[in-house]
Every structure is written in C-alpha cells, then in structure tokens.
Write a protein that binds this ligand. Structure first.
Ligand SMILES: [Zn+2]
Length: 242
C-alpha cells in the first residue's frame, strides 16, 4: 500500500519500517525508489551512472552529526570551505555554521525516505572518493554533465518527480545541487512539519542533543530559515495544499 502520510516517528527518522532497501543498500519509500529506478535507467541510456550517495538518515545518525559539529569534534567550514575555529564562535554563529550545511535532528529531509544525494559514478575513476562539494557539481566539475542532464529533465518535467529543494540560496541552507527530492511525496512530508511536532521531538529525545535549549528557543526561526525551502522549488502541480 502506498505511503501517503508518515507518522511522527517516521517523519523524524525514528521509524524506518516503511522503507524499502535498494540493491545498493540505501533505503527509500517504495514509490520514490521506483521513480528513482526509472530516472537511473534513463540516465544510464544517456551515459551516466546515477548513484545514490546518501538516502534515508535516521534521527540518531543526524544527532551524531549534529553533536559532533556542535561540540567541535567534527570540522566546521564557511561558505568558501575555509575551516572555522569552533572555540571562537558565538552560540549564534555556531548554530548558523552547522545549520547552513547540516539539518538539526528531526528536521532533515533525509529522514523522509524521499530525498537523496546523487552523483555520477561514470564520471570518476573507481578510486575516486565522492565528497559532494560545490566544485564537483560546478561547470567543469566531475558531476557537471549529470547535473546539466538533470536540469534539462527537470525543466521538461521528465525527471520522474525529482527536483532540487536546495537550488537557491535564501540565506538558510547552502545550495546543494546533488540533493534531489521526490516531490510527489516530500511535499506532504514538508507540510506535516510544525513547531509543535519538531519541538516535541527535541524535548522527548532521551539521548544527547547539544544546544537543545537554543534549538527550542529558536525553533520557529530555525524552521523558517533552514527547513522551509523556496516556494517554487518544484512544479506547482506537486505543491498540493495539505
Ligand atoms: Zn542531501
């Protein structure tokens, strides 16, 4: 039975029972996985090896990334890739430095089973370590040709429902051309997120969550700036009212 509306646990990456596992080991919602298989088949006919670098990510995994950055154990960098000195950042600067590139646990689009980070393995050697950097997807970069092909597909609405939620820089999350979202399902997920839902999730999580108090205090602003995406990120027919 197709999944149309996720439970709170599913929406926040705390239940993955609704997901299917692809041959590559990545997990997605079944409908999104089928659409991806169609897109990947057509990509291969065009000479690309469209591959998933990251798909579903659990709350626990996102919390580990979050805590690592918030505690200075994982590196932080600015928009130009220059490392930031964790010890010299104010709390506000630290929040922005993390949220620019990593979602707070519970708010990641990677929790939904609809969103993936992709690359073109036909564009690199077998020993190449995919990093997902702006340089890789920029003109002349190793994955540029794949993304130009995807641009054409999206413009023609022949991308099997996949679009880019982070195509524009609105001052929140940085542009991520490698991040694709299966709009027919993810618009519903996005519509389900609310301050009450996310706030409850942060309050109830019984593991470590660095900056929990700051997150809760700034919850509406964080959802507005870093979780919401541009209104026109996908064609209007996918943007149903919920
Ligand atoms: Zn992503």
């Amino acid at each position: 039975m197709p999944v149309t509306r996720l439970s709170i646990a599913q929406l926040t990456g705390q239940d993955e029972s609704q997901l299917v596992t692809l041959p590559c080991g990545n997990q997605m919602l079944g409908e999104a996985a089928q659409a991806f298989a169609c897109l990947a088949r057509e990509a291969s006919e065009a000479g690309f090896e469209l591959s998933i670098v990251s798909s579903f990510r659990s709350f626990e995994r996102q919390a580990a990334i979050w805590n690592g950055k918030a505690s200075g154990l994982r590196p932080l960098h600015d928009d130009d890739g220059v490392p930031l000195d964790w010890a010299r950042l104010s709390t506000q600067q630290l929040l922005h430095a993390i949220l620019r590139f990593s979602a707070a646990p519970g708010t990641s689009r990677h929790h939904w089973g609809t969103d993936i980070d992709v690359c073109n393995l036909a564009g690199v050697g077998t020993d190449y370590a995919v990093q997902l950097t702006p340089q890789e997807v920029a003109p002349g970069g190793v994955f540029d040709s794949l993304h130009r092909w995807l641009d054409q597909r999206m413009a023609a609405d022949t991308s099997h429902g996949f679009f880019r939620p982070y195509a524009q820089d609105g001052g929140g999350v940085a542009v991520e051309r490698w991040h694709l979202s299966y709009a027919p399902l993810s618009v519903t997920c996005a519509g389900q997120l609310s301050t009450e839902l996310v706030g409850g999730c942060w309050e109830e999580f019984d593991g470590e969550l660095c900056l929990r108090g700051e997150l809760l205090a700034q919850l509406p602003e964080i959802l507005q700036r870093y979780t919401a995406v541009a209104e026109n990120w996908c064609p209007a027919r996918y943007r149903r009212a919920h």
